[in-house]
Design a protein around this ligand. Structure first.
Ligand code: SF4
Ligand code: SF4
Length: 323
């Protein structure tokens, strides 16, 4: 059953990445500034975990929640710019936001697809029901490790039992009353992941519709274990995505947990104005010219966007790259 869904998903994923690559080729044109087609709105940079591969725990900037009024303002601006694909997080655990239900309901009025990415620890039955009633279309669990020992070592502060209990309850609830809601798992490939793929599938396969893997990003040069072979293509973040932090700042990068790559403030300018402003265009120019060393973070980054995505083969025994 799971294997069939994986086969279908693999084809869909391959097609998505094929078209994304084609779309990205236009960025090499000297006059092309692109247009945002995706927005990441950070609901909070507070998180209940301290995962080993996440640099949020070392971030120095202030923690907080986006104001609901500010959320509505930036969401509407993005929507009016033509954006239909949103993520409601950059860093942090979005379901910690006290107004998460109102945020989802507000966005859902525009009939967009809403995916909530979560570490799953706080997604109990009450919370899951509230979110599905508000209009969530899919949940994406971020998980590494398929045993209590591995999981709790990597997802520091989390409980393996709580994760499994929340996933089991969500699956039951979905199957009985919210049949259109999708449940997926995304996992970062760490050192021993490939050897443990079969068990990962055994544990999480029955609880989800799709499992995919992505490479650990260097995030500048912060992760020693990451693959640092630089790709010879532009970083798409600057040309098709916009990221708004909980304070209302616009950054060019979804890994900018310390506001190193800020290009504007939505409390002072419109998102459209910021998208075309001098500093944003300057950064784009540096990327096109390959002068990344002149920028914070980017100089040492692997430029891995969109991420390398992997699914597992039909026997659930090894990873296969799909883009
Ligand atoms: S749950 Fe997500 S945001 Fe929180 S520490 Fe882990 S990777 Fe970072
Ligand atoms: S090159 Fe790396 S650091 Fe720079 S915007 Fe892209 S992902 Fe972020």
């Amino acid at each position: 059953m799971i294997k069939n869904r994986l086969c279908k998903t693999e084809l869909g994923t391959r097609l998505y990445f094929f078209f994304a690559k084609m779309y990205s080729l236009r960025m090499y044109l000297p006059f092309c500034k692109g247009k945002p087609i995706f927005a990441g709105i950070e609901l909070t940079n507070i998180c209940n975990l301290k995962c080993v591969m996440c640099s949020l725990k070392d971030a120095k900037k202030k923690r907080g929640f986006i104001d609901f009024g500010l959320f509505k303002n930036v969401f509407d601006q993005c929507y009016n710019l033509g954006i239909r694909k949103f993520a409601f997080h950059i860093s942090g655990e979005p379901i910690i936001h006290p107004k998460i239900g109102d945020i989802v309901s507000y966005a859902k009025k525009k009939r967009i697809k809403i995916c909530i990415s979560t570490n799953g620890q706080l997604l109990n039955v009450k919370q899951a029901k509230k979110l599905m009633d508000a209009g969530v279309d899919s949940f994406r669990f971020s998980i590494e490790g398929s045993t209590k020992k591995d999981y709790e070592k990597i997802r520091f502060g989390g409980s393996f039992e709580t994760l499994i209990k929340n996933m089991e309850n969500l699956k039951k609830l979905r199957d009985s009353s919210y049949k259109d809601v999708e449940i997926t798992v995304g996992s970062v490939i760490l050192e021993n992941t490939p050897d443990k793929i079969t068990n990962f599938h055994k544990v999480f396969g029955p609880l989800t519709d799709e499992i995919s893997f992505s490479e650990l990003h260097t995030i500048g040069d912060q992760h020693k274990g990451a693959n640092k072979n630089r790709r010879k293509r532009l970083c798409l973040m600057l040309f098709e995505r916009i990221y708004i932090t909980w304070e209302g700042l616009i950054t060019i990068c979804c890994f900018d947990f310390d506001n190193n790559l800020i290009v504007g403030n939505v409390k002072k300018d419109t998102i459209e104005k910021i998208w075309y402003n001098k500093i944003f265009n300057h950064y784009r120019k540096l990327h096109k010219l390959g002068l990344l060393n002149k920028m914070p973070m980017c100089g040492k980054c692997k430029l891995a966007t969109p991420y390398e995505q992997y699914l597992v083969n039909k026997k659930a025994s090894k990873l296969i790259q799909v883009n």
